[in-house]
Ligand binder design. Structure first.
Ligand SMILES: [Zn+2]
Length: 390
């Protein structure tokens, strides 16, 4: 196996509290890392670094773990520019806009969908994302949902069945029959291609009882739950997530004190998706309230063509720091180690001996610049599984 020493790192975020100052970021200055094949072999001060087959100079830049985007919707076709333009001219967002993308996605060929996924993955990689989760949810038929999952599974292990994104327009008069389909024939066809099952628990989508039925059926087929919860209004989603030991409750914009307490006591991560609030001019989730209560918080893009058409975690970090009460350190942790926690992964999001060699070098001396210099493309190099990709 070839080893590579990346040295002359001005500031290295490891997310390993055993390193550096003992903070959650495990921040090291004048640092180096050694990659051995796909994994990290060594992390520490540059002057103590062991020899390696090749040496790569980080030119006194900062290095961070590759971003872990634990929530995206990349298997889609079409575009919703007009809807965005209308909304920015004063119209409120409602869940029904998804139907536009459903029609375009059903009409697309496999090759078109695959090309779209590849395009947005490359875009995310250039911005430092080395792991991503993605979902179905724009097919809403057995055939179209399983097709989306098969395409997604060619690009990531973190694939989520979201047949319960909205009630299919084909079942508008009989939502109960659609729940029967999602928990029956559609689940049977989709479960072999997915790791996770998700539901949009919201007024206009699925209520608490329907969400419980869908996620419970998924668990019985070996899928693990995650939930779109409490995005547009207060509701049962977060409590249900904790009750079912979901890996993540996603959005968490409208929370009661009981919701926050439940998250603090359970193992469910609160995944915040500020691209959605930005793109819909909605109320920001209160990250400070969650963090002060002891909740584990992840930051993700929610990349989708309707409500959050960004693949940029640096952009989400800037929003989280500016508008959601997070410190730059907390936002960086949430977009890396937090995303890994939301996927229940320990091999990514942290740079320590044995974890996956996924990291980004920034054209900046510190990770703080990601929020300090918003909108500036600061990701200079991206290494994934020990190979330089960008
Ligand atoms: Zn989403």
């Amino acid at each position: 196996m070839t080893t590579t020493l990346i040295t002359n790192i001005a500031s290295l975020v490891t997310n390993d509290p055993a390193q550096g100052d003992g903070s959650p970021l495990g921040l090291l200055t004048d640092a180096a890392v050694v990659l051995d094949g796909e994994t990290i072999a060594w992390v520490g001060p540059a002057h103590k670094a062991p020899a390696a087959d090749t040496v790569h100079d980080a030119r006194a830049d900062a290095a961070i773990p590759g971003f872990v985007d634990s929530h995206s919707h990349l298997v889609f076709a079409g575009d919703r520019t007009q809807e965005f333009n209308a909304r920015m001219s004063g119209r409120a967002y409602s869940a029904g806009g998804i139907r536009t993308t459903v029609a375009a996605t059903r009409a697309a060929t496999d090759a078109e969908l695959e090309a779209n996924v590849t395009h947005y993955l490359r875009e995310a990689l250039r911005q430092g994302t080395t792991t991503f989760e993605t979902k179905s949810g724009y097919g809403l038929t057995t055939e179209d949902e399983s097709r989306a999952l098969r395409i997604a599974a060619r690009h990531t292990d973190e694939v989520t069945f979201l047949g319960a994104h909205i009630v299919s327009p084909d079942y508008a008069e009989d939502p109960a029959a659609y729940v029967d389909l999602v928990t029956g024939e559609m689940l049977d066809a989709c479960a072999p291609h997915a790791r996770w099952i998700d539901v949009f628990c919201e007024k206009g989508a699925f209520d608490g009882d329907q969400a419980r039925a869908i996620l419970t059926a998924g668990k019985a087929k070996g899928l693990h739950p995650r939930i779109h919860a409490n995005q547009l209004s207060y509701g049962p989603g977060v409590q249900l997530a904790v009750e079912l030991d979901a890996a993540s409750a996603d959005h968490c914009t409208h929370l009661t004190d009981a919701d926050v307490d439940a998250l603090a006591q359970g193992d469910t991560v609160a995944t915040l998706l500020p691209g959605a609030e930005f793109s819909t001019r909605a109320q920001w989730p209160d990250a400070r309230r969650l963090l002060d209560a002891g909740v584990t918080v992840a930051l993700s893009t929610d990349c989708n063509p309707g409500s959050s058409f960004t693949s940029s975690l640096p952009f989400c970090i800037a929003l989280a720091v500016r508008d959601m009460g997070m410190t730059p350190d907390e936002a960086l942790w949430s977009a890396t180690a937090g995303g890994a926690a939301a996927l229940r992964r320990t091999d990514i999001g942290t740079l320590r001996e044995g974890t996956r060699a996924d990291l980004a070098l920034l054209d900046a001396p510190s990770h703080v610049h990601l929020a300090y210099r918003p909108g500036v493309p600061l990701v200079g190099e991206v290494w994934r599984k020990g190979e330089r990709q960008v």
